[in-house]
Design a protein around this ligand. Sequence first.
Ligand SMILES: *Cc1c(COP(=O)(O)O)cnc(C)c1O
Length: 419
Amino acid sequence: MDIVSQSSKLTLTDGNYHIQAVNVMEMCQEFGSPLFVYDANKIKEKYKQMANAFEGLNAKIKYPVKALSNLSILKLIKSLGGGLDTVSIQEARLGLMAGFEPKEIIFTPNCVSFEEIKKAVELGLTVNIDNISILEQFGHEYGNSIPCAIRFNPHIFAGGNTKISVGHIDSKFGISVYQRRHVQRIIKAHDIQVIGIHVHTGSDILDAASYLQSANIMFELAFEFEGLEFIDFGSGFKVPYKDDDIFTDVNSIGDQLRTAYLEFVKEYGKEVELWFEPGKYLVSESGYFFVRANVIKPTPSTVFVGVDSGLNHFIRPMMYGSFHDIVNVSNPGGIPRIYTIVGYICETDTFGWDRKLSEVREGDILCLKNAGAYGFSMSSNYNSRLRPAEVLVLDGKAKLIRERETFDDLLRGQVEIDI
Ligand SMILES: *Cc1c(COP(=O)(O)O)cnc(C)c1O
């Protein structure tokens, strides 16, 4: 049985909502709104769940920085024993600042210049190569002096949203498994030392079977490489957004992977590490996004609640159609009514249609759940709005981990010329 708790850690006690022991209304008063809040306990819980599920697999967790890149979150991941998956030099630099060793950081960019790859080598990162052109340049530049990994595309469509599924035939990610002969020619010609192979087919693995399918392709592929140190299975771990949602059962994946892994090791003749890159899985449920109801606006079709935020701060609902449960934390005892919750950005900007919330009054604080992953990290200054503050609830205390932006932040870097 999977012990993944589907209930959120936003608890109602004595008529007030809490995260750990912190009263959320007091927190919103202290830090203002809109506000991103992360529950460190939830991240720890998810990390341990995954580590337990993958026991006996020589597993390493490489947290993808792009999901939530705050330095304090990276330090938390470091304290749990994780490494990092990065897609830009800047993410890698954040990781180094957070205390990670270069070797603990895998660098998996897509379509970057060879200059950026060289910088990654200078920093000592484990470079993961995603196209033949870069592989050739890498071989030409470094020969066998710098080991690297190769990202493959097994062309498995893992389900979910086409914007986040990256394993399909039209995908720009990875080197096609059908090009493996070409890859081998380049490796031989330049004597390239390949220590890892990688696959990331995108989000939303719904069942262990489709995961195993791509895992088996990787195990097979591994025999074409001598001296592998790791096989990186990327991510695709889905989290529940609604109470009855399908989510990835990591225990079942772990169990089935174990059989395949042990068999593989026997034949390969050497233990290799299995790497996993869970982003959403680790941080999505830890995050809460608090917004304030500015106006209640009845129209002929619905009652809109217009809040002090929008797709500039939290783009997932509009970009991916993701569902985020919304709770009115100001009025727990209110009569439930049906609302459409919208942002203040000047285009269609909906957080949730037809949601049953306890009666919303102007000034109430609403909470969007599952806002930890790709929330703040995808936020922008669109409409010249300022980005929210971020708070980490750690050991029962709310700690500010990013200040709210000010008007100066909008001006920074702008050069005003005489016109
Ligand atoms: C985005 C990304 C991930 C994380 O995906 P999630 O769905 O957040 O778990 C992992 N690996 C790579 C290479 C990625 O690009």
